[in-house]
Design a protein around this ligand. Structure first.
Ligand code: FES
Length: 113
């Protein structure tokens, strides 16, 4: 898999336990979450029926889908509660020490929106 860095900009203002959606990146968008000071990036697409997770609830490392309540661990995308059975995609982040220049690695073969 070949990836390209896509700039997300300055995330230094993203508070702990908050998430921000970048809807125009990749086929479904990217959600970036901050948990205990660390940033995590997941695909904005519930694996149950391809629903946006941007309006979901983030508690600890668990992201709950707003449609039917499936839960995912944003650290690795794994399913932690049904009805979803497949993990959601995760992305590598590259960031400057002050987080004013954050890039997400996107697979070049993924179709864009
Ligand atoms: S679409 Fe997410 S749980 Fe059904």
């Amino acid at each position: 898999m070949t990836t390209d860095p896509v700039p997300l900009g300055d995330l230094s203002d993203l508070a702990d336990r908050e998430m921000r959606c970048f809807p125009d990146i990749g086929p479904h968008g990217v959600l970036v979450c901050r948990i205990d000071g660390r940033l995590h990036a997941v695909e904005n697409n519930c694996s149950h029926t391809n629903w946006s997770l941007a309006e979901g609830r983030l508690r600890g490392t668990t992201l709950t889908c707003p449609r039917h309540g499936a839960q995912f661990d944003v650290r690795d995308g794994s399913v932690t509660a049904p009805p979803a059975t497949e993990a959601i995609g995760t992305f590598e982040l590259e960031l400057s020490p002050d987080e004013t220049a954050v890039h997400v690695q996107i697979d070049r073969s993924m179709p864009s929106q």
